[in-house]
Write a protein that binds this ligand. Structure first.
Ligand SMILES: Cc1cc2nc3c(=O)[nH]c(=O)nc-3n(C[C@H](O)[C@H](O)[C@H](O)COP(=O)(O)OP(=O)(O)OC[C@H]3O[C@@H](n4cnc5c(N)ncnc54)[C@H](O)[C@@H]3O)c2cc1C
Length: 350
């Protein structure tokens, strides 16, 4: 039987690595599962290093103004972790670079990393038991769940082709990129977050189409009013996306919509398509073990703390947050989870 770990961290986004940095510096010797490298994780966008590894520029993580980071990357990342990074420009930091830097910092302080998924947990007794995709069982006194969430996409091949070249699942992250400035864009969805994303985009885009498959929005009355009152937002009712159009040089140039009530197609000339059709938290393996919300997110049970429904299990990042969903907020709650873990272990005298 493997030795009982003080803390196991599950997940490898900003929340997981930040929790690891703090836990390692508190001498908790964290063991972190970063996820397995396999076809399923590639398909659903949950390969190691999390959601930020799927994007290009990260312009809003503090500490990385535009500039040439290449010397720093070369000196701070081991050679075997640099090979796959795209060539560095003068943009500041890219998502994969930022995640590699966080990983290197956690490893530097002594975090041990296993490149496997946790597939099953038993939180009914302590030490907690965790089963990994390598078939091994691990035990821990405390666990930090930082498995994140994944954005829902439509599943069109043309959408896949233009990811990071006009197709985005995060308006707050990408809306201010030069590609979209003063250009027409479209938001797909009809809930509160679709209206929020559309409203946010009006600050940067010349026009925002809100594409919804029905003839009324699912958004609340007040949000619906906000969309209909905004002169920059035009709603395309009863429409779904049939194809994203574009080319290698320009990325997205238009989207073709089909009608949900008739036969007529409509082509909108846009430089961006923003998905706002929800997220799926990575919590399947936690069902029946931790209290989850209706949407499947881990429930935090104390205000401004990272405690979950099971004493000794803490959660950080997007796995519990369907509201802010930013790298910096995920990192912040990773720090909180490590401090909560350290204090909880200390309260047990461990
Ligand atoms: C395309 C895109 C662009 C974005 N751009 C920005 C941006 O510019 N700025 C910004 O602040 N935010 C951005 N975001 C949002 C940001 O990426 C997330 O808020 C942040 O990554 C959440 O971090 P996290 O640590 O909670 O989890 P995640 O980043 O979701 O990472 C969790 C990871 O843990 C691993 N994992 C999952 N399940 C298991 C398991 N069972 N066992 C082991 N490992 C597991 C997987 O690798 C998973 O991806 C963007 C998101 C997307 C999708």
């Amino acid at each position: 039987m493997a030795e009982i770990e003080r803390v196991i961290i599950i997940g490898s986004g900003p929340a997981g690595w930040t929790a690891a940095i703090y836990a390692a510096r508190a001498a908790l010797k964290p063991l972190l599962f970063e996820g397995a490298i396999n076809e399923k994780n590639a398909q659903q966008g949950t390969l190691p290093l999390g959601q930020l590894a799927l994007t290009t520029e990260v312009e809003n993580f503090p500490g990385f103004p535009p500039g040439d980071l290449s010397g720093f990357l070369e000196s701070s990342l081991p050679e075997d972790r640099r090979g796959y990074l795209p060539p560095h420009g003068k943009h500041g930091v890219s998502g994969p670079e930022l995640m590699e830097l966080m990983r290197a910092q956690a490893v530097h302080f002594g975090t041990r990393v296993i490149t496997e998924d946790i597939t099953q947990v038993d939180f009914s007794r302590r030490p907690f038991r965790l089963h990994a995709s390598n078939g091994e069982e691990y035990q821990a006194q405390a666990v930090i769940v930082a498995t994140g969430a994944r954005a829902n996409y439509l599943g069109l091949p043309s959408e896949d082709r233009f990811k990071n070249r006009g197709v985005s699942a995060c308006a707050v992250c990408d809306g201010a990129l030069p590609r979209f400035r003063n250009q027409p864009v479209a938001v797909i969805g009809g809930g509160d977050s679709a209206v929020e994303e559309a409203t946010y985009l009006t600050h940067h885009a010349s026009k925002v189409y809100l594409v919804h498959r029905r003839d009324t929005l699912r958004a609340s009355k007040i949000m619906t009013q906000r969309a209909t009152d905004n002169p920059k937002i035009e709603i395309a009712w009863n429409r779904t996306v049939d194809e994203v159009l574009g080319d290698d040089e320009n990325g997205v140039t238009a989207i073709r919509l089909k009608s949900t009530v008739g036969d007529d197609d409509l082509t909108l000339e846009v430089r961006g398509m923003f998905l706002a059709i929800g997220h799926t938290p990575n919590t399947d393996f936690l069902k029946g073990q931790l209290e989850l919300t209706e949407k499947g997110y881990v429930k935090w049970v104390k205000p401004f703390r990272t405690h979950t429904s099971v004493e000794g299990v803490f959660a950080a990042g997007d796995v519990g947050d369907d509201y802010y969903r930013q790298a910096v907020t995920a990192a912040a709650s990773g720090c909180m989870a490590a401090l909560d873990t350290e204090r909880w272990l200390a309260s047990l005298g461990e």
